[in-house]
Design a protein around this ligand. Structure first.
Ligand SMILES: NC(=O)c1ccc[n+]([C@@H]2O[C@H](COP(=O)([O-])OP(=O)(O)OC[C@H]3O[C@@H](n4cnc5c(N)ncnc54)[C@H](OP(=O)(O)O)[C@@H]3O)[C@@H](O)[C@H]2O)c1
Length: 231
């Protein structure tokens, strides 16, 4: 287990799925963890804060309160995402899908000035950014912007590090499907991958822990996708 003793982490979108798994690994490594999302929550050994990543004033208050914090993680989906082919796309929905990018950029812009100089930022993108898959044009475009942002802003926030982890198809509460429909969705969606199953939130979060802890890694994206990009 990575030792995060004495470190303080803010994990936005940390109440579910990949963000929650990341928060729990930081906590288990000894970090003080503040978890933020829009819902009320109670999480073992972590402080919960109700905050919307689109609410800049709310974010500013959070970051000022914890000034000097070491790690900023953002896994917040931001809001509803548009699904479907581009030529049938509702353009308001397409534009709305960028809430994820605005939540991420809000948090880095407002959070980085309050971070420790040897701190690190972690954002989660998503494999549709680099591999077309039916219906994912909106989230793929957003993911591409997230990855470009990470590589570019790394130059401006240095010595604070920033990295991304790019998940493949991961079994999290993001999918509302249940039972057989859920099983079929993940089976069919990963059938062509080198590792033909959905990933777990923990498998993705462990890569997040790697880029937070490794002080020689910045401006890069780590793929955790069961070989989805290799096919
Ligand atoms: N699961 C996958 O297959 C997959 C694949 C590729 C990429 N990803 C990416 O990985 C990240 C995590 O996904 P996940 O599967 O773990 O999703 P999830 O289980 O649905 O969790 C999303 C989290 O984001 C929070 N959130 C959403 N909008 C927010 C807002 N406006 N302000 C604050 N918090 C907000 C949610 O809490 P509240 O609702 O309480 O706000 C929740 O904690 C996302 O960026 C997603 O795009 C996931």
């Amino acid at each position: 287990m990575t030792d995060f003793d004495g470190k303080k982490a803010i994990v936005l979108g940390g109440t579910s799925g990949i963000g929650l798994a990341t928060a729990e690994m930081l906590r288990d490594g000894g970090a003080e963890v503040i978890v933020g999302s829009r819902r009320e929550c109670e999480l073992d050994g972590m402080e919960c804060v109700q905050v919307d990543v689109l609410d800049r004033d709310g974010l500013a208050v959070l970051f000022e309160k914890h000034a000097g914090f070491d790690y900023l993680v953002n896994a917040a989906t931001g809001g509803p995402r548009a699904i479907g082919p581009f030529l049938d796309m509702d353009l308001d929905g397409f534009q709305g899908s960028f809430a994820k990018l605005w939540g991420y950029t809000n948090s880095v812009r407002l959070g980085a000035p309050h971070m420790a100089a040897n701190g690190a930022v972690l954002l989660y993108s998503g494999y549709p950014a680099r591999k077309w898959r039916s219906g994912t044009i909106a989230i793929g475009t957003v993911g591409g912007a997230v990855e470009a942002f990470i590589r570019l802003v790394a130059n401006e926030i240095s010595p604070i590090r920033i990295n991304g982890v790019c998940p493949g198809l991961i079994d999290t509460p993001m999918s509302p499907l249940e039972g057989e429909a859920r099983d079929n969705y993940y089976r069919d969606g990963t059938a062509a991958h080198l590792i033909p199953r959905a990933g777990t939130a923990g498998e993705v979060a462990s890569a997040g822990i790697f880029v937070l802890a490794n002080e020689f890694v910045t401006g890069t994206i780590v793929d955790v996708d069961g070989g989805a990009l290799a096919t």
